[in-house]
Design a binder for this molecule. Structure first.
Ligand code: ZN
Ligand code: ZN
Length: 706
């Protein structure tokens, strides 16, 4: 009767009937216990399950082979390995199924050592292992990525005469794939007498795991030719392969194939598609698949969100996160950390803080990767104090990346001394600096005008730390020298560089020349730069500035012509400001903001106030060939001024104003912002393409190095 209920999935009835039996004069035996325990497992009622076990032990019916096996599975499912082992030990007779339950349970619980001990015990007791035993052991080797042990187990498989068993061979293929031995995996696959779809799927996914996407497609074609068909698992592996190597072409072919064959787009397959399109940067396609899905899980949402975040749509990612929350899907660590990167990109401190709070609530805030992302975010959002707080004493991380991000943060904020201090603490801790460390350090020195410290770092990196200098390091060092006015030394260094000179190095030199008005080296550098086919419009602007200062109007015209011919437009400048919960964007020269009348009024007032305090506009930043008055007018339409005016309009008096600008701040806006901070008595933080400027009472934290 009990068995009948169980077979018909009437688990509650099984348990109720068992209670009746217990209180009747018949009593229960090992069989009834076993049935009811299985029912408890199905219902996941572990409390009652334990009661049943206790009664069985009281009655001493638990030594039986039948109940014993059930008890082992029950405890293994619970993860209670000790109780499982005790149940096993109490058994009077044990068959191979009991041994397999123990070994399989240990493997599932990642107790691989125990699994192998059990296997040895089993051999010593003279029990012959079955295919199931060997599959568990092979899986253990794959999970541990232990190739040597895997080969031993393979040897046992042959000794026990299971060399043609499809189940065992498929497990071996999987193990060899996981340990990176795709050739062995392939030869096991080739000798398989009866290949089934499962084994095809395992070998195809093995190739994908080893980044051999081309080969996995070859196998897929062979599989199609066999006429045995394939299933969604096959396709999922292939889609994942395309995602891995960002092969959009093959991905699209697969998608077309699925549609033509009318395959069902289940949750896992659709999610893999979204992920593939996201990783290939095909956001339109990713969004299309995403929107057409009926069910989505956290992995789907995250795949879409990461896609948006990594393809420059930080705002889209944050909006999507809002939708995800509305639909009640709980975010995971990956979702949140990519949001942290989005907030860093947008410089949105408020959103960044709320994501930090969520990381904290979910217990993800202590992870090294997440902490590093938070440090980076706070630094980029202009709050170096929060970054410092997250970093603490750095003891949370032995990973150079975390230390580098703190050094970069200090550098961006013009706190070169603190960057150097972190560096020496990092060395004390025994961490080895890498190339990024030195890029961060050198640029920190350049932002703070620390010439000598920069020089000694540049010398010591190869000599003391065996870190090879790259072009980037040269560019930073040239930047340090030329900002400080050591232009001859910088020029000499450029000549001696062991690489072909790049834009970056020349740009650094050129901007130094412009700063120190060295027309001689400036024009020479400019001529060099023009020979390189530069595509960054910023360079052309800087070049024409230099020529304009040298009054070489012919050259200025020539550069304008070049820009036109090369199809280069000056990247439109824009500034962002966060007011309330919203980001407002202002483009240079634009009047389309709803508050634009009030903004213009504020700017008018500021202009006269600033001029009264001694501000003289520097019109050399204006390239257009117009009269002085027009130049001044166009300066007052620069995006950061619009954003600051809006900030003055909409934020409480005395509060800090935070602006993010996509390009480098021009020298006149820098001067104007200094004056504004003094006249209106407000702190203003501007993050431009290069660094942070913290304006207080007429001064900037960059000390005019930028
Ligand atoms: Zn400007
Ligand atoms: Zn500044």
């Amino acid at each position: 009767m009990l068995n009948g209920y169980l077979k018909n999935q009437c688990y509650k009835e099984t348990i109720e009937l068992f209670e009746l039996i217990c209180f009747s004069h018949w009593g229960f035996d090992s069989y009834s216990c076993s049935f009811v325990l299985k029912a408890c497992m199905e219902l996941e009622d572990y409390k009652r399950g334990r009661e049943v076990v206790m009664r069985a032990v009281d009655r001493r019916v638990d030594g039986d082979r039948f109940l014993g096996s059930t008890m082992i599975s029950f405890f293994m499912k619970l993860g209670d390995f000790d109780s499982a082992r005790r149940a096993f030990n109490r058994m009077v007779e044990r068959d191979v199924v009991c041994w397999n339950s123990m070994i399989g349970g240990y493997v599932k619980g990642c107790l691989y050592g125990e699994a192998f001990d059990m296997f040895l015990e089993m051999i010593l007791c003279g029990v012959r292992p079955s295919a199931v035993t060997m599959v568990s052991l092979v899986q253990a080797c794959g999970a541990m990525k232990n190739l040597e042990l895997g080969k031993c187990v393979h040897g046992f498989v042959l000794i026990f005469g299971m060399g043609t068993n499809a189940l065992v061979l498929t497990a071996l293929i999987d193990m060899y794939s996981k340990t990176g031995e795709h050739e062995r995996a392939r030869s096991v696959f080739n000798i398989m007498p009866a290949k089934n779809l499962f084994s095809w799927n395992v070998i195809i996914s093995g190739y994908v795991q080893n980044c051999m996407v081309h080969e996995s497609f070859d196998l897929f074609r062979k599989l199609v030719l066999t006429g045995d068909g394939f299933d969604s698992r096959t396709i999922i592996s292939l889609v994942q392969g395309c995602a891995q190597v960002a092969d959009l072409e093959s991905g699209k072919v697969l998608h077309g194939y699925i549609l033509r064959k009318g395959l069902e787009m289940n949750l896992i397959l659709s999610t893999a598609m979204v992920d593939m399109y996201s990783k290939c940067g095909a956001l339109k396609e990713a969004t299309f698949v995403f929107d057409s899905m009926k069910d989505r899980n956290v992995i789907t949402w995250t795949a879409m969100l990461v896609g948006l975040a990594q393809n420059g749509c930080a705002e889209g990612a944050i909006k999507l996160f809002g939708r995800m929350q509305e639909e009640g899907v709980a975010a995971n660590s990956i979702t949140l950390v990519s949001l942290v990167h989005c907030c860093a990109h947008l410089g949105s401190l408020k959103k960044g803080r709320s994501v930090h709070a969520q990381l904290f609530r979910h217990g993800y805030a202590f992870d090294v990767v997440n902490k590093t992302a938070l440090i980076d975010m706070y630094a980029k959002c202009g709050n170096i104090n929060y970054a410092e707080r997250v970093f603490g004493d750095g003891s949370f991380s032995n990973d150079v990346i975390s230390w580098n991000s703190m050094i970069t943060g200090y550098g961006m904020h013009g706190q070169g001394d603190k960057a150097l201090d972190i560096y020496s603490r990092m060395l004390d801790k025994g961490l080895e600096p890498n190339q990024t460390t030195f890029v961060s350090l050198l640029s920190a020195c350049s932002h703070s005008g620390l010439v000598e410290q920069g020089r000694s770092l540049f010398l010591s990196m190869e000599r003391d730390h065996n870190v090879r200098r790259t072009e980037k390091h040269y560019a930073c060092y040239v930047d340090i020298l030329s900002r400080a006015g050591h232009l001859e030394e910088a020029e000499e260094l450029v000549k001696q560089m062991p690489f072909q000179s790049s834009h970056e190095v020349f740009e650094a030199l050129l901007s130094g020349c412009r700063m120190h008005k060295n027309i001689d080296i400036g024009t020479k550098t400019a001529d060099f730069l023009l020979c390189l086919d530069a595509t960054n419009p910023g360079i052309y602007v800087m070049l024409s500035n230099i020529y304009a200062e040298a009054r070489r109007w012919d050259a200025v015209d020539h550069i304008r012509g070049l820009m036109r011919r090369r199809g280069l437009k000056k990247t439109p400048g824009y500034s962002l400001i966060e007011v309330g919960k919203q980001l407002h964007a202002f483009f240079a020269g634009e009047d389309s903001h709803p508050n634009s009348d009030e903004i213009n009024q504020i700017l008018e007032n500021l202009k006269s106030e600033l001029e009264a305090s001694g501000y003289v506009p520097d019109t050399s930043c204006v390239l257009r060939d117009v009269d002085e008055a027009m130049k001044i007018k166009s300066l007052w339409r620069h995006s950061e001024r619009l954003a600051i005016a809006f900030g003055l309009l909409r934020t409480p008096e005395g509060s800090l104003i935070r602006i993010i600008k996509n390009l480098r701040v021009c020298s006149d806006c820098h001067t104007v912002t200094k004056y504004i901070s003094m006249v209106v008595k407000r702190e203003i933080i501007v993050r431009d393409a290069n660094r942070f400027h913290h304006f207080v009472n007429g001064n900037c934290s960059c000390n005019d190095y930028w």
